[in-house]
Design a protein around this ligand. Sequence first.
Ligand code: MG
Length: 163
Amino acid sequence: MRIGHGYDAHRLTAGRPLVLGGVEIASPLGLEGHSDADVLCHAVTDALLGAAGLDDIGHWFPDTDPAYRGARSLDLLQRVSEMLAARGFAVGNVDVTVVAQRPALAPHRAAMRRNLARALGCGLDSVGLKATTEEGMGFTGAGEGIAAHAVVLLFSQKPDGPV
Ligand code: MG
């Protein structure tokens, strides 16, 4: 078994879509970034890469590469998931916490979980997803940005460990 942790934060700004877990959410502010800035998918991707000892999301999808401008981060997550499968890893489960003062994410939670399960090739019951506020404190509380934390458990299917 391998455990991985991912954390990411992006700034909220006007004139950008708000995409979380591959779901576009109606909001006056969206997240700033080179890709679609899906902070939830970025945290999960880093957790996967961390568990596998494979560097981080910026290494595989550099924000200096025009190929990833506007990229759908859910697709990048799926690519990493497939990369890990090719190396003999299977996702045990993933657990994510999104920290956002607004908007409320509960109406979108089911769709986000479905997207994550599909991208990760695991069952819906292996995807935990919570949202919380920081009660007005700090940058998420002030509505300056949204953060996400993720942990993941991988199983190595190779008896002699990962390649
Ligand atoms: Mg990011």
